[in-house]
Every structure is written in structure tokens, then in C-alpha cells.
Ligand binder design. Structure first.
Ligand SMILES: Cc1cc2nc3c(=O)[nH]c(=O)nc-3n(C[C@H](O)[C@H](O)[C@H](O)COP(=O)(O)OP(=O)(O)OC[C@H]3O[C@@H](n4cnc5c(N)ncnc54)[C@H](O)[C@@H]3O)c2cc1C
Length: 400
């Protein structure tokens, strides 16, 4: 087994390292960001530089505002690895660039691609995902928010919930019932909705992190052109699933896990609890080693999937476990970060004794949410067993 990428890719890596040596100080700190709010302008400038050099929007065609390179999976992995290792932001991310853009490239009309892809990858247009409703989460196809025709427009009425970033978004991609007579899955359309449309009301919801990370979004006869449907009317279920596939990949990147693991090892070597390094505690070191082996296993798991992709083979059941395992490990890494801080790990908000701005505490709570978002762990296990392992489908509750 050869785990090296070969000379062509190592010289690509060297070029990227040289770019980072020259420009890294202009970058916002790690991860991907949503370009809204006070930090937005710095992130947009960094994104513009990344696109210019081909380290963001790399394979998006030039005519839609990308760099226009041929798809190459190993280049994508190297970019992720190096930006993470340098601790700099991977640019503008979130639901627009990482979920909507690939969906539009696959299913959008030429006009929709021209209109939305460029501003989205540049961070000028921020998106939210309008799928979940108070009665429709795991059973997503039961959404009730409906659209009725009015000339060439739709009038949309209903409610979405848990809509991340809706309060700062310009646009929503929403799953809306447009064909009330059709069967459950066939009655839905995938609609692009401007958030400043009269009749849309966004109300933030504060989570246990203390931040308002989600929102409720109410629609009351909100008028949206029918031309904003992606694909055909009634085909929204298939299109929404394209987006969900990209969401699950986004939530479980092994390069991100690797970055968190490295920060954790640094923390455990530098911190002192009762005069001792957490790294010298047998109990904490045992947990660290167990998590380190899971992160390594996920890294090689992703390499195995890369090999399948490069050889044109479907990833099969391997592709289904990534989101479940990746999100759980991420949560456990952050939990160990809290425990390694001893009593300082119990602090929150604005204590002057906080380490790393309370990052371990807030990420521990946030990553718990990622186990639920994009399909809960239980739903992922159903998918793995039914679609991946061919086990019998779970019984449906009897209809009255
Ligand atoms: C951090 C985060 C971000 C989110 N962002 C968005 C967003 O931007 N846009 C959006 O539309 N939604 C978003 N969501 C909502 C998310 O998609 C839903 O929370 C999720 O799909 C679960 O739906 P629910 O909350 O209605 O729970 P329910 O579906 O009511 O499930 C409740 C519990 O029952 C279990 N359960 C349900 N059905 C089954 C079954 N068949 N077998 C076994 N167990 C089952 C679930 O696993 C869960 O534990 C987000 C959620 C989180 C946590």
C-alpha cells in the first residue's frame, strides 16, 4: 500500500506552502466562515485571494466565478490539509458554497447558475437551508409549508425551524409543498427564496451555547417567482437529497478532525492542572490515544473512499458511516479538551480565566448539534443498516 501522493502532488503542496508563507498573516483564523457580520469583509478579501490562486472554488467553472481547474480529488485533499495545518481559514463556507453551489451545478438552470454561483462563492450572497419544520425533521418529506400559484408567482405560507444563519442570510433554498394533490415525496419543489421578501419573518432561537445559532422562519403569503424553482416542480425531493449528501460530507471532514486533535495535543502538553500536565495523567492520555486512533482510522477511511472515487467505484457503505463517526469523534475531542482543563473547563462566557476564548466549551456544545443536524445519528444508523447493509426496512407505523 502506497500512502504517498506522488511527485506532481508534492510540488502542488510546495506551491501552496509558499503561498501560505507569503500570505498567511492576512488570513482570518481556522475553519470556514460565513461572510456575514463584522468579520465578513476580511473573510471576503481572503476568499478573493484564495480563488485567484485556485485554493477556493477551484473546480467551479470560470464563467460562474470560480478558478476553473479540472476536478482533482487529491489536490482538494492537499488544500484542506495545508490550510488546516497552517491554522488559517479555508475561506467562505457554509450552506451556500458547500451545499447550494454543488446542487445548482448539478440541477440549476443556466440563469440560476449565472445569477447565484459567483456571488455565493465570493461570500457576497449568504444562504440558509429551509428544510425542517416543527412537525417535519427526520421525516423530512412530510413538510407542510406550501406554495399556491398566483400568476407567474408562488405565494408561500408556513413555518420553518432550526434554520441556521437565517437571520444573516440574503437567500434561502427551501423545500416547499407545491403539488398538494401529489403523493408525499412527489409534491415538493426546491425553491430559491430572497429573505427580504415581504411576508417573511425571522425570529432567532438561542441555543445552549448562549448564541442565537438557529431561527424560526415564518412565511405569510410571501411572493416568489415560479422561475425560482430548481429543476422541475415536484422534483424537489431528489434535489434536496443532492444537497443533503453535500451537507453530510461538509459536517465530517477528516482534515478538520486532525486540526482539532493537534490543538488538543498542544493544550494537553501546555496546560497545568494541580501542577501537572494533562498529558501526564494516565486516564486523560488513555482517552487521547483512543481518540487519536479513531481520527487516524477516519483519515485512512477517507483515503479508501478517495481511492474508490479515483477508480470510479461508488463508496458503498463506507460513504454512509463518515458523517456518523466523524461528528461523534469531533464531539468527544472537544469533551476531552474540557476535561483536560480541569476546573477551568467548567468556565464559560466572559471569565478572565477562560482558555482559547472558551473554544473547547462552545465547540463541545456546538458539535453535539452536528450529530443531530443533517440527519440524526439514529437516522444515519437506519440508513447504514437498510441501504448499506441490506437489512430489512424498519416497520412503518400503521395508518389509521
Ligand atoms: C446544529 C443544527 C443545525 C441545523 N440546521 C438546520 C438548517 O439550517 N436547516 C434546517 O432545515 N434544519 C436544520 N437543523 C434541523 C435538523 O435537520 C433536525 O433537527 C433533524 O433532522 C432532526 O429533526 P427533529 O429535530 O425534528 O427531530 P425528530 O425527527 O423529531 O427526532 C426526534 C428524535 O427521534 C429520533 N427518531 C426520529 N425518527 C426515527 C426513526 N425512524 N428511527 C429511529 N429514531 C428516530 C431522532 O433520531 C431524534 O433523536 C439543524 C439541527 C441542528 C442540531
Amino acid at each position: 500500500m502506497d500512502l504517498t501522493y506522488g511527485p506532481r502532488y508534492e510540488s502542488f503542496r510546495d506551491e501552496l506552502r509558499a503561498f501560505l508563507a507569503e500570505h498567511a498573516e492576512r488570513a482570518p483564523r481556522g475553519g470556514v466562515g460565513v461572510s456575514a457580520g463584522a468579520a465578513g469583509e476580511a473573510l471576503r478579501q481572503w476568499q478573493a485571494l484564495l480563488i485567484e490562486h485556485g485554493y477556493a472554488a477551484r473546480t467551479i467553472p470560470k464563467e460562474y466565478g470560480g478558478y476553473g481547474a479540472e476536478p482533482d480529488i487529491l489536490e482538494r485533499v492537499i488544500i484542506d490539509e495545508e490550510l488546516n495545518a497552517a491554522g488559517v481559514s479555508r475561506g467562505v463556507g457554509g450552506q451556500g458554497p458547500e451545499m447550494l453551489v454543488p446542487t445548482l451545478l448539478e440541477h440549476g438552470s443556466e440563469e440560476q447558475k449565472q445569477r447565484h454561483i459567483g456571488p455565493t462563492v465570493r461570500g457576497e450572497e449568504v444562504w440558509c437551508q429551509g428544510y425542517s419544520e416543527p412537525g417535519s425533521g427526520s421525516d423530512l418529506a412530510s413538510v407542510q409549508t406550501r406554495a399556491v400559484e398566483d400568476g407567474s408567482d408562488f405565494l408561500i405560507t408556513g413555518q420553518k425551524i432550526w434554520t441556521s444563519t437565517a437571520d444573516v442570510s440574503d437567500m434561502m433554498f427551501g423545500l416547499i409543498r407545491t403539488e398538494p394533490e401529489a403523493k408525499k415525496h412527489a409534491g415538493l419543489s426546491y425553491v430559491l427564496i430572497p429573505m427580504d421578501t415581504p411576508g417573511i419573518d425571522v425570529r432567532p432561537l438561542v441555543t445552549m451555547t448562549g448564541q442565537a445559532e438557529f431561527n424560526e422562519v415564518f412565511f405569510n403569503d410571501a411572493r416568489v417567482p415560479q422561475a425560482n424553482v430548481v429543476g422541475k416542480r415536484g422534483e424537489g425531493w431528489a434535489i434536496a437529497n443532492t444537497t443533503l449528501r453535500h451537507e453530510r460530507n461538509m459536517l465530517a471532514s477528516s482534515a478538520v478532525l486532525d486540526g482539532t486533535l493537534r490543538s488538543l495535543i498542544t493544550l494537553m502538553g501546555e496546560e497545568r492542572v494541580n501542577g501537572e500536565r494533562p498529558l501526564d495523567s494516565p486516564v486523560l492520555r488513555d482517552r487521547l490515544m483512543s481518540l487519536q486512533s479513531r481520527v487516524t482510522a477516519l483519515k485512512y477511511h477517507q483515503l479508501r473512499m478517495l481511492t474508490a472515487q479515483l477508480q470510479g467505484r461508488p463508496p458503498g457503505v463506507a460513504g454512509l458511516v463518515t458523517k456518523l463517526a466523524g461528528c461523534e469523534v469531533s464531539h468527544q475531542l472537544n469533551g476531552l479538551g474540557i476535561d483536560a482543563l480541569g476546573e477551568l473547563g467548567t468556565l464559560y462566557d466572559d471569565s478572565k480565566h477562560l482558555r482559547a476564548g472558551g473554544r473547547w466549551q462552545s465547540q463541545h456544545m456546538f458539535t453535539l448539534g452536528l450529530i443531530i443536524g443533517g440527519g440524526t445519528a439514529q437516522i444515519q444508523k437506519n440508513i447504514i443498516s437498510e441501504r448499506g447493509l441490506g437489512m430489512p426496512r424498519e416497520p412503518k407505523p400503521a395508518k389509521a
